[in-house]
Design a protein around this ligand. Structure first.
Ligand code: MEV
Length: 434
């Protein structure tokens, strides 16, 4: 039944906010209480806020939108997105609709293995110490894999231990012990940090050195997710450009970002517009995902594009995005934030890996929408249309009047509040114009 639901919701954007809540409630089966949380639009109570951070004052609201049209591995998804920037949700939905022409997004992901780091100093012989740690690998893993821990019962826990040597640093030689730890459906920061702290005394005993830091790495490159998609040339065709030319121009835009870090930064910002919006909506740590994504984009020593776009032998456009994706479906704000829980329900994912795969699909979609716009009509056309719409609404336009006023302001090249107000007044003075 669930797989038969379509995320194609034509006209969704034209509905009123309560109507949209009603449609989503039906789509995912939201209770009255859950609908009320969306209607109240605050998400968190003062008590909850007070428990989450120190010196709490209040709640800072951000819009929660829903991107439509997503099909990932043959399953339809509605995507909750928290973002203040206009046009991101619309662009994402547009890209997902276009990706349907090529069968939607196809994804894969690694096992949810994170890295915890232990910094060891004052070691006499780095190589000897490294060999000794590796020789004790099994007993060290046994130390963190306490069968009474919930995460171990769920099938997670320490998987491996690796050692890296930094022979010359400004503070002398340094050994870094990396604990590879499977966090299952948790983001896992707490589990890893606890495990690293537990290992530290044993590491000191084995190496004769002194442990300083014990902390996870946000470069979670053992926990990557990949999305790819295909856009047919037919789907890419615009009023003014044949699809083959659109595909070529998008590839040219993508190569610009591959070779130039200045462009890569902006290109990747577009990817993260999509990624962060879902990471935030689901109560996950977007700073962790951001840090990991940009570090991964510089993994070869030069900052480059996160995505790749190319044309296949039939001229169709193909895209791919791989990112480290340390997100969880249990614990943290995902568990305590009522709106994050609703976002999880809207998404309907059953594991952290599935969530990670959805997120990279959204990142790829967002990137496509941005470079398609840039390589065709330019980014301002869409932005100005949205801006004109906001001005028309602010000027008091309603219903069909909104579109007419938007079109007039765009045609005149005069997108200003005073013009919107005078157009609204003209319509109201002469109702037969409406
Ligand atoms: C704006 O938020 C994002 C873009 O600048 C991304 C890009 O240039 O690819 C449009």
């Amino acid at each position: 039944m669930e797989n038969q639901r379509s995320s194609r919701l034509p006209g969704f954007y034209q509905k009123s906010l309560p109507e949209r809540i009603g449609i989503i409630a039906k789509w995912v089966g939201l209770s009255q209480a859950e609908q009320a949380i969306l209607e109240n639009a605050t998400g968190l109570s003062p008590q909850q806020v007070n428990q989450m951070v120190e010196n709490a004052l209040g709640v800072y609201g951000l819009p929660l939108g829903v991107a439509t049209n997503f099909q990932i591995n043959g399953k339809d998804y509605l995507i909750p997105m928290v973002i203040e920037e206009p046009s991101v949700v619309a662009a994402c939905s547009f890209a997902a609709r276009m990706a349907r022409s090529g069968g939607g997004f196809t994804t894969s992901s690694d096992e949810p293995v994170m890295i915890g780091q232990i910094q060891v100093l004052d070691v006499e012989n780095l190589q000897v110490a490294a060999d000794q740690i590796l020789a004790e690998r099994e007993s060290l893993l046994a130390l963190v894999n306490d069968p009474d821990l919930t995460i171990i019962k769920l099938g997670g826990g320490g998987r491996d231990i690796e050692v890296r040597q930094f022979r010359q640093t400004t503070i002398g030689p340094m050994l870094v012990v990396d604990l590879l730890y499977d966090t299952r459906d948790a983001m896992g920061a707490n589990a890893i940090n606890t495990a690293c702290e537990k290992l530290a005394p044993a590491i000191e005993r084995i190496t004769g050195g002194r442990v300083n830091l014990r902390i996870l790495s946000n470069l979670s490159d053992r926990r990557k997710a990949t999305a790819s998609c295909l856009m047919t040339t037919e789907a890419l065709t615009t009023k003014n450009m044949p699809g083959a030319l659109v595909a070529k121009s998008i590839v040219e835009a993508a190569v610009f970002a591959e070779v130039d870090p200045y462009r890569a930064t902006t290109h990747n910002k577009g990817v993260m517009n999509g990624v962060d919006a879902v990471v935030i909506a689901t109560g996950n740590d977007w700073r962790a995902v951001e840090a990991g994504a940009h570090a991964y984009a510089a993994r070869d020593g030069r900052y480059t594009s996160m995505t790749r776009w190319w044309q296949d032998e039939n001229g169709n456009l193909r895209g791919m995005l791989t990112l480290p994706m340390a997100v969880g479906t249990v614990g943290g704000a995902t568990k305590v934030h009522p709106t994050a829980q609703i976002a999880m329900k809207i998404l309907g994912v059953s594991s952290a890996r599935e969530l990670a795969e959805v997120i990279v699909s959204v990142g790829l979609a967002q990137n496509f929408a941005a470079i398609r716009a840039l390589a065709t009509e330019g980014i301002q056309a869409g932005h100005m249309a949205l801006h004109a719409r906001q001005l028309a609404l602010a000027a008091g336009a309603q219903g069909e009047m909104v579109n007419r006023i938007v079109e007039t302001m765009i045609a005149e090249g005069n997108i200003r509040l005073d013009r919107a107000k005078s157009l609204v007044k003209a319509v109201l003075d002469k109702p037969n114009l409406a």
